[in-house]
Design a binder for this molecule. Structure first.
Ligand code: ZN
Length: 291
């Protein structure tokens, strides 16, 4: 038995090391000053300005040094600002490392609240990982050649989501209110809702035009057309589920009813993190929630 345990723990150590080694950080230039960084976890937006680097989200703590190395050629100045699009660990895990090297972190106020609550539950308060500036509905940032509009969208992926729009560069980072080509994760336990999720996409569409480059929380760089496709997927499936609820279908009926998502299942929307079954279940739960 002991041998098995030793073998297993060795295996998991190796597996973990292999997993860490495999993460490749890539940069994609969107404008001369704005890039999209991918690695593991949520996509990062990078904006080079006269004061240093402004980044949107920071993936996991173990990737911070790799990310910072990748950013070095962009600017000889450090990361001075981080905005978190929401509280999930694959978007905020690097906060502590970024703040230790001098960055100011800001986010919607529920992001700080949820991060702090999670830390309290674990009995490990770590203030340096928390946003130091919070906002309620949004804020505007002015740089020499760029204005950034940060807008809170209510009860979408979570209750603390923010869209970050670069007005001059015409780039929008949507955090996890957009999973490009995939069924999204709607975190109902953290204040997310399917109707809020739909509204977030609608709000984003008001901000942008045909030329806008959209950084989704997960998935490839997107255009307005991709977001419109995603929104019609959300609306169609939500309507399908609502019709079934009105007819008196149970949760299990909806989970079993593959017809409700069939069109998009065929396009591969359920091949990612959220399966079509899980997505139907989430929409049912969200639409019938008493909150
Ligand atoms: Zn998330």
């Amino acid at each position: 038995m002991k041998k098995i345990i030793v073998a297993l723990s060795l295996f998991s150590t190796f597996a973990l090391q292999a997993q860490q080694k495999e993460v490749v950080i890539t940069l994609q230039e969107l404008t001369p000053d704005i890039q999209m960084l991918t690695g593991q976890g949520g996509n990062i937006g990078v904006f080079k300005n006269e004061k240093g680097l402004f980044i949107i989200d920071d993936q996991f703590a173990r990737l911070s040094s790799k990310i910072l190395t990748k950013l070095k050629p962009i600017s000889d100045q450090p990361v001075t600002m981080v905005v978190n699009t929401h509280f999930h660990g694959d978007h905020t895990g690097g906060n502590e490392n970024m703040s230790k090297q001098g960055a100011t972190i800001f986010a919607q106020k529920n992001v700080r609240k949820r991060m702090l609550n999670n830390q309290k539950q674990k009995g490990q308060i770590n203030k340096s990982s928390l946003p130091v500036i919070t906002f309620e509905e949004g804020l505007d940032l002015y740089f020499e050649n760029e204005n950034i509009v940060v807008t809170h969208v209510h009860n979408a992926h979570t209750d603390g989501d923010a869209l970050v729009y670069f007005a001059q560069g015409n780039v929008l980072h949507m955090g996890d209110t957009f999973f490009n080509g995939r069924y999204p994760y709607v975190d109902l336990r953290s204040g997310g809702s399917i109707l809020g999720y739909i509204k977030a996409s609608e709000k984003a569409l008001v901000l942008i035009d045909d030329e806008t480059k959209i950084i989704p929380g997960h998935g490839k760089l997107a255009s307005k057309k991709d977001l419109q496709t995603f929104l019609s997927m959300l609306k169609t499936i939500t309507e399908n589920v609502q019709k079934e609820i009105t007819k008196g279908s149970s949760e299990q009926d909806i989970i079993n009813n593959t017809k409700l998502t069939e069109v998009y299942d065929k396009k591969g929307y359920g091949d990612g993190f959220i399966s079509s079954e899980r997505f139907r279940k989430t929409i049912y739960a969200s639409l019938t929630s008493k909150k």
